[in-house]
Design a protein around this ligand. Structure first.
Ligand code: FES
Ligand SMILES: [Fe+2]
Length: 393
């Protein structure tokens, strides 16, 4: 296997930066970015984000391994009650989790998929197939004969791609994940997310704007200070290479081993373990998903603005299938706690909450992102662009 085009040039950029003794940002003449504090505090902007980002765009609702053939799962992370199904043939579909009779919620959210031949409404027993069609209702003769359109579950555009379950939470909209991902689509097969399996999901709400979390994953400037006692010992200071695909972003953050590799004559690695030994790849899949490819597993984080000053955090840990046996569990438990509790909660999320608390003081009218944090300026510009334009999906 060889590295995909852009990943290969990012790795080359890391080598070039080390050899030149200059970091990428030191050669940019772009001005610093000023991000209005209002972006994080305005309920009007939050509502516009729901309308323009979280309803018309394809959102990641889970990993393929969370839903086996013949299973259903409720999904409530995005403020729309969703019912995800996979039929016996393996086809993934999404619906509103709402009965067509008198609107009862169909499946409760246990956080786990459940095997179901059909979905039975708990109120009067209307029964639906996993393709959403009505199979049966008690005393059918009590109802006028209406068409399937009025009795089938309301479908949401859904697609399975790169091992991820994507849904547009708006009935009748279109979905084309490959087109949406632009150049990132061709990079994804190498990252082999479809070969991983689900280990654990943590869901939580925090008093901070959702974009403060994204900001933290768009720059490596903070690693040396905020993470000095946790992950910084593994990383080279500020040595990164980023590439943008439309509103999406992919970065490689060099590890110490990557800095040593860059100084050597060794060839570029050709597989994921090799790449993840030298760098930690991370992607921001617009608008709300962050991937962090740790040395041996993937953190998949999705965000949702519950309010302007409150976010929903969903962190899935996805591990290699050949290391998913029970004897590996203690290792993954320990690793997950270290990252989720020790790094994300105590460091990155704590900063987001601390920043949000300070907004009301009026100390800043905008936040400043320097040339080493350019990703933030681009991300906020992409959000602003989406809010001021007509959605394309
Ligand atoms: S509301 Fe579902 S069967 Fe009546
Ligand atoms: Fe961080």
């Amino acid at each position: 296997m060889t590295l995909p085009l852009h990943t290969a040039s990012q790795l080359e950029s890391i080598r070039a930066q080390v050899r030149a003794g200059r970091l990428e940002w030191q050669d940019t003449s772009a001005p610093e970015a000023h991000i209005p504090v209002e972006n994080y505090t305005s309920q009007r902007i939050r509502d516009a984000e729901i309308e323009r980002l979280f309803r018309p765009l394809p959102l990641i609702c889970g990993h393929s391994s969370e839903l086996a053939p013949g299973q259903v799962i409720a999904h409530d992370d995005y403020g729309v009650p969703m019912l995800l199904t996979r039929d016996a043939e393996g086809r993934f579909r999404a619906f509103l989790n709402v009965c067509r009779h008198r609107g009862m919620r169909l499946i409760e959210n246990t956080g786990q998929a459940q095997p179901r031949a059909s979905v039975v409404c708990p109120y009067h027993g209307w029964t639906y197939r996993l393709d959403g069609s009505l199979r049966h209702r008690l005393h059918a003769e009590a109802f006028d004969d209406c068409g399937a359109a009025d009795t089938s579950l309301v479908a949401l555009p859904a697609e399975e791609r790169h091992g991820l379950l994507w849904v547009v939470p708006t009935p009748g909209a279109g979905i084309d994940v490959a087109a949406w991902l632009e150049g990132l689509d061709a990079e994804m097969p190498f990252y082999a997310v479809d070969k991983l399996v689900h280990f654990r999901t943590v869901r939580a709400e925090y008093p901070a704007n959702w974009k403060l979390i994204t900001d933290a994953f768009l720059e490596a400037y903070h690693i040396r200070v905020l993470h000095k006692d946790t992950i910084y010992p593994f990383f080279a200071d500020g040595l990164t290479a980023g590439v943008r695909f439309g509103p999406h972003n992919q970065s490689l953050v060099a590890r110490r081993a990557g800095e040593a590799w860059a100084k050597s004559e060794a060839e570029a690695p050709g597989d994921m373990p090799g790449l993840c030994e030298l760098t930690t790849p991370s992607q921001v899949i617009f608008p709300n998903t962050i991937t962090i490819f740790h040395p041996d597993y993937l953190s998949l984080v999705t965000l949702y603005p519950v309010e302007a000053g409150a976010l929903r955090w969903t962190h899935r840990m996805l591990i290699p299938a050949d290391k998913s046996t029970p004897d590996w569990s203690p290792h993954w438990e320990k690793t997950f706690r270290l990252i989720e509790e020790g790094v994300f909660q105590k460091e990155d999320i704590a900063c987001a909450i601390g920043i949000q608390r300070g907004f009301a003081s009026g100390a800043n009218r905008w936040l400043t992102a320097g040339r080493a944090e350019q990703g933030l300026g681009w991300f906020h510009a992409d959000v602003a662009r989406a809010l001021s334009s007509v959605p394309s999906f």
